[in-house]
Design a protein around this ligand. Sequence first.
Ligand code: FAD
Length: 450
Amino acid sequence: MGTDTLPAVDLDRITALAAELRELLGEAAVSDEDAALERVSVDGSTLSPVIMQKLPLGRAQLVVYPTDAEGIAVAVGAAVRHGVPITPRGKGTGNYGQAIPMAGGLVIDTSKARSIVEVGDGYLIADAGAPMIQIEQAANRTGQQVLMFPSTVQSTVGGFVSGGSGGTGSIKHGMLTSIVGGYVRSLDVVHAEPDARLIHLEAEQAHNYLHNYGVTGIIARVEVALEPQQPWSAFYASFDDFHDAFELIRPMAALEPTPRLVSADLPTLADALPNDEALPAGKASLRVILDESTIEAATRLVEQAGGTVEAVRPGLQNTMKLSMVSYNHPIEWLQKAYPGVYFHVEVGGDALVDRIDEVHEIYPGAMLHLEAMAQGTPGGMLAAPYTGEADLLAGFDRMRAIDVGFHNPHQWFVDYEPERSVELAKSTDPQGLLNPGKLVEPDVDTGRKR
Ligand SMILES: Cc1cc2nc3c(=O)[nH]c(=O)nc-3n(C[C@H](O)[C@H](O)[C@H](O)COP(=O)(O)OP(=O)(O)OC[C@H]3O[C@@H](n4cnc5c(N)ncnc54)[C@H](O)[C@@H]3O)c2cc1C
């Protein structure tokens, strides 16, 4: 185990907890088999060469699979009574190590608690393990859509609101934590108490449980806001010069109605994506999920910039496909094409377009994957060949010098208002059993533990 790993729990307590969970939730809901424990002890952190070198960071000793929100509360209560640490888990796609059980103990895998409980006018209630794509499909059946979903469309709603930040829909609606009460309307959470139960929290209070990896409470049920469904199409354009594609990020994002997604890539990144005739080899790519009423205006923008419209494909299946090659995905595909070569840093700000050539000089061999983020502000990932953590950190000063905002993703600590989570966890998790190892004070500059 790596040096950051915490001591595991003694076996007697694990055995006693396993027996109680089998009693409470049934034989099939509990496993201590090696393959199951291995599977729930890793997440998407293989995307980070920095964290890769520190793996394994922890290993589950027991896993439970509740099938509904109430079962999640039962599992939490049992673990607390036995003093066993609890790491919640959705689909395990999160970056970067946040779902790794660093103190061993129990992993609550919510992926079988996937019911859509209710869909009404402007809202949808689902158990924490419901996949985001299933939520969007359920909303569409009532003529509605979710405001936003991540590019990992198979990930769970509980995992997204606990570990994610934004995605398709963010241009109009912003990022998860910036829209208090607007995305997550309410939550049913479970605190680390021996008689754990579902606690219903509305908007502002629910906000204290977002993007903090379950350290203040396990999310068992989520109510998300819905809006009227729109006729979306997947729009692909190509360019000889990537500057022309990047220049279009802001005008595309300014179309009305607002597009759901605008992504752009250099030829090397676009070539690494799954084969598609709408992604011609050697060309920069611009991809937009747009309302069908804006197809003409988008086409004009592309042609005026000297680009070619490669395809316009309507419908959910096509737009989901485009979501699934946005945000971190081009980096993941780049790593598949060039194993062991690239790392990335999350970046943002107008400088990404206005000073792109300087941005590419931040690291030798750097390439930007660009997205339109909230209100069309450019954001994305800067990928470059990995030459060590010291070189990676040294790039941050160069970013500050040219007004590039950045977030170091190569760490697993709660970094969204951690003070707030520390304060709340004193009452909701007095024994420190919830996702241990994640709630420490990070250094905002380096992302390392202070
Ligand atoms: C290639 C790639 C692309 C990605 N693109 C995006 C993107 O576009 N937007 C984005 O926001 N993220 C993105 N991510 C990160 C991640 O995939 C998403 O945030 C995803 O929604 C997480 O959901 P999950 O079910 O996989 O959660 P997990 O990875 O299982 O969990 C995420 C975190 O939340 C905790 N957690 C899980 N369930 C609960 C619960 N019920 N209660 C409390 N805590 C819980 C876990 O312990 C962990 O700390 C990407 C990751 C990869 C690898």
